[in-house]
Design a protein around this ligand. Structure first.
Ligand code: SAH
Ligand code: SF4
Length: 425
């Protein structure tokens, strides 16, 4: 989501006449786009800002700004922690970017805007991904009304707001006309898409509309909340040829006691039923998840239930995190905080189990022929190109960079934990 926000900010600046540079030393404006969802992400943003301080010393006219969730959370506090900052841009005010920069240049004073609006103006800003990319993000909604007890998102992104289906479809048509063949629909909880609109489409209806757009060969979406996953959505996987066979369905924990304290709105049994429903409509669906370890009050026996659930579902992949207190959330005040050492040990155990499951899943794909959408040159070997299968697995293949953006057929020759090796056929 932040990648897409950064693309939107770059678009606004380029519309205002600014030109992109890859060299920080040549820039007149540098914006650090931040995430505050977990403690680690916030720390990374602060160290990035620390590095920019030296640049500002060398070039006093340089405008340094901070945007995103951390900017929203800390507001003017940022000026105390980083006095060399010029701009703090809240999550609802991206559209005001150029006028705020003008104000800084004219008044030589610092500027901040973290006000919330009923409607987020930047939601409809159209961006094309970097040259050559055939895959684009499309924000279909913003904010969140769920208030899971550990989560800062509703506080820094505001209340849920859906864009109209007409707007979304127009944007995807524009992307398709510009050579985009894969779209990822973005929202904190896409399954509740439309709840703030009256008489418009719900999420399954939106997917059906998107699937009819000429030129869109692959549709993905993230993130799905298990409590709102409907039979209608599961049917889409059976019915829509261009909907990729992958769902990211964060479970967070396997213990009902923990899930209740997290305010997730489902039990482990209900989650497992939804997985069965998805598999009944789409037997080869790839399922990924997010898991938090060391939530306040999580006992060894609770953690064991997360491990049991993982063994039952056998996720293709999981993103797992140590719980971190976020300011202003309900769980910040919960008792039963877990020691760092215990969190670390649980995370280690969980990740080792996930690696074995990921490898097992990937091995089952050996000798299978897959459609791979080529994304560019491989990170590990210049002679290889890399791409993704419909079920979101990375495949490295010996091939020509000129195939970027094309879909090729590849036989999987070797499985690794985080990627596959393939051979073009
Ligand atoms: N809207 C998405 C998640 C957005 S945040 C959803 O509901 O699934 C991405 C992930 O960060 C979450 O799924 C959760 O696993 C993790 N996360 C959020 N707050 C956290 C916290 N306080 N400590 C640790 N992990 C957290
Ligand atoms: Fe956070 Fe829960 Fe909303 Fe996801 S659904 S963004 S975890 S409050």
């Amino acid at each position: 989501m932040n990648v897409h926000d950064s693309q939107q900010m770059a678009q606004i600046l380029s519309d205002a006449g600014y030109v992109k540079t890859d060299e920080a030393g040549r820039a007149d404006i540098i914006i650090v786009n931040t995430c505050s969802v977990r403690g680690k992400a916030a720390q990374k943003a602060y160290s990035q800002l620390g590095r920019l301080r030296k640049l500002k010393k060398k070039k006093p006219g340089l405008v340094i700004g901070v945007a995103g969730c951390l900017a929203q959370e800390h507001g003017t506090e940022f000026f105390k922690r980083a006095p060399y900052l010029d701009l703090v841009l809240g999550t609802h005010n991206i559209h005001r970017f150029p006028e705020m920069i003008e104000e800084i240049n004219n008044t030589k004073s610092r500027v901040v805007d973290t006000s919330f609006h009923e409607s987020v103006r930047s939601l409809g800003i159209r961006t094309l991904p970097p040259d050559g990319d055939v895959s684009a993000y499309v924000t279909i909604m913003q904010g969140c009304n769920n208030f899971c007890s550990y989560c800062i998102v509703p506080y820094v992104r505001g209340r849920e707001e859906s864009r109209t289906s007409g707007d979304i479809i127009d944007e995807i048509r524009f992307l398709a006309d510009n050579g985009i063949s894969e779209v990822t629909l973005l929202g904190q909880n896409v399954n509740s898409y439309g709840s703030t609109l009256s008489g418009d489409a719900d999420f399954p209806a939106l997917l059906r509309m998107v699937s009819k757009i000429n030129g869109i060969n692959r549709i993905r979406f993230t993130t799905s909340h298990p409590k709102d996953l409907s039979g209608g959505l599961a049917d889409c996987f059976a019915d829509l040829d261009n909907l990729c066979e992958h769902i990211h369905l964060p479970v967070q924990a396997g213990s009902n006691h923990v899930l209740k304290r997290m305010k997730r709105g489902y039990t482990a049994e209900e989650y497992l039923k939804k997985i069965d429903m998805l598999k009944s409509r789409c037997p080869d669906i790839s399922i990924t998840s997010d898991i938090i370890v060391g939530f306040p009050g999580e006992k060894d026996s609770d953690f064991q239930k997360t491990i049991d659930l993982m063994k039952e579902v056998r996720f293709d992949n999981t993103f797992s995190f140590k719980y971190s207190d976020r300011r202003g959330t309900a769980s910040e005040k919960y008792d039963g905080k877990i020691e760092e050492e215990v969190k670390r040990a649980r995370l280690c155990e969980l990740q080792a189990l996930q690696e074995s499951h990921s490898l097992e899943k990937n091995r089952s794909l050996e000798e299978v022929v897959k459609d791979v959408l080529i994304e560019g040159v491989s990170k590990n070997n210049d002679a290889d190109i890399t791409g993704r299968t419909r079920d979101n697995k990375i495949v490295n293949i010996a091939g020509d960079i000129g195939l970027t953006g094309k879909t090729v057929k590849a036989r999987i020759t070797r499985a690794y934990t985080h990627s596959l090796r393939g051979e073009m056929i």
